[in-house]
Design a protein around this ligand. Structure first.
Ligand SMILES: *Cc1c(COP(=O)(O)O)cnc(C)c1O
Length: 413
């Protein structure tokens, strides 16, 4: 190990307190918290002038390429509590052929499928579990559409914390299997993710487990925030024009928006922000409806359905934070249907050799529609988020066979 290793170096965290995202009420750091007294997400606040005095771009550039390089802006104070599976910086892949074909600006795909457990849920859960370890939590529970549960299972096992996980009954088989294999108790529930969330809430008093639901604990968002820190650093501290983000609970979108504000406060970037675009599936688009209706809160979306299971979230506790970021950034919210998602996935796989997950494919479908309608200009440099490995999803069967004992017609292959 190098002595500047992100996992062992003694570096300070500059957390000052937690704050209610609705009322601004302060809460002490270093204690166990869920939602604020107003029932809203808590945000972690830092002594940013302190960070600005301590952290330089040059020092950062010297550190190994994982998310722990940003420790001054993360909540874990003692490196001994870091529970890591190797949260590597993820590559940005240029889709030059597709840009040329569409006649638009540069298309950059941030490929989050390279993270441990195959999805960007690792960013949030590595932080939540490391903080749970620091705070002495022994049992964590969560509702999940699959990827978050897999990441919780993996990190909790590593930390010696018990994990109990509830998912909708039609969650992809691979997710349920990986959750179980990685040591958690997992149950299929005949309902959607928010129905599973109710079970987690109800069981709290009876079992004493900690509710790790999206935005109901304060640290997953800090982990997801590193997408924004990393993106900015990788692009040479230049913001892209537009970010297309597949939005379920919205942790990543809210987290990136927070990251950009913190980077500006420490003088690493200027005032320019990307337009944030929340991408949803037509079968479950509560944020799109709320955005178009001009309201701050999104009512529950009934009969939610889409092949992009990671964004099948009928109701989000952080709805107002998603909508605020989208509006402040002069972005928008857009829905794409499952046929467009499948077509986008097939197109990128065949033409660029890049297997998107359905949620990532939704961002590409949304970009194409936005370019065609003029909501995004032909000059705009855009970032699409591929949030999981395409290999975690059911793939279409292939029926070609070849009998090696018979003559082969090579001209027909
Ligand atoms: C969870 C998930 C999303 C949605 O992320 P949020 O930040 O919770 O909105 C998108 N895609 C995939 C693959 C996911 O697992």
């Amino acid at each position: 190990m190098r002595d500047d290793d992100n996992l062992t170096a003694a570096r300070p965290s500059f957390v000052s307190h937690l704050e209610c995202s609705m009322t601004g009420e302060h809460y002490p750091a270093d204690q166990i918290h869920n939602l604020s007294r107003a029932g809203k997400p808590l945000l972690v606040r830092y002594d940013l002038p302190g960070v600005a005095k301590t952290l330089t771009k040059d020092a950062l550039a010297e550190r190994p390429p994982d998310l722990w390089r940003y420790r001054e802006l993360l909540p874990v104070r003692d490196a001994g509590n870091i529970v890591s599976l190797g949260e590597t910086m993820t590559p940005i892949v240029r889709m030059a052929r597709t840009s040329a074909k569409l006649g638009g600006g540069e298309i950059l795909v941030k490929d989050e499928g390279r993270l441990p457990t195959g999805s960007f849920k690792a960013r949030g859960l590595v932080m939540a579990v490391s903080m749970a370890k620091a705070l002495g939590i022994k049992h964590m529970a969560m509702p999940t559409n699959g990827n978050a549960g897999a990441a919780l299972a993996a990190y909790a096992s590593r930390a010696g914390i018990k994990a109990t996980i509830f998912c909708p009954e039609d969650t992809p088989e691979v997710n349920v299997s990986e959750i179980a294999l990685q040591g958690a108790s997992v149950y299929r529930v005949n309902g959607l993710i928010d129905d599973c969330g109710k079970i987690v809430g109800e069981g709290k008093a009876k079992t004493g487990w900690f509710d790790t639901s999206t935005l109901k604990e304060p640290y997953r968002i800090e982990g997801k925030k590193t997408m924004g820190l990393e993106l900015a650093e990788q692009l040479g501290w230049e913001m892209p024009d537009v970010i297309f983000y597949p939005t379920g609970g919205g942790t990543g979108l809210i987290g990136m928006w927070k990251a950009f504000a913190e980077l500006e406060a420490i003088g690493f970037i200027g005032a320019k922000r990307p337009r944030m675009v929340a991408v949803q599936a037509s079968g479950c688009a509560p944020m799109v409806k709320a955005f178009e209706d001009g309201v701050e809160h999104a009512p529950r979306w009934e009969n939610a359905h889409t092949i992009a299971s990671g964004i099948r979230v009928p109701q989000a506790v952080g709805d107002f934070l998603i909508l605020r970021a989208v509006r402040e950034s002069k972005g928008f919210a857009i829905a794409v249907d499952d046929d467009a998602i499948t077509a986008a996935l097939n197109e990128m796989a065949r033409e660029e050799g890049f297997l998107l997950c359905p949620e990532g494919a939704a961002t590409y479908a949304a970009y194409k529609q936005s370019l065609a309608s003029g909501r995004v200009s032909k000059q705009d440099r855009v970032v699409l988020f591929n949030c999981a490995s395409g290999l975690k999803y059911p793939l279409p069967p292939v029926h070609n066979t070849l009998d090696r004992h018979k003559p082969i017609d090579f001209s027909a292959l």
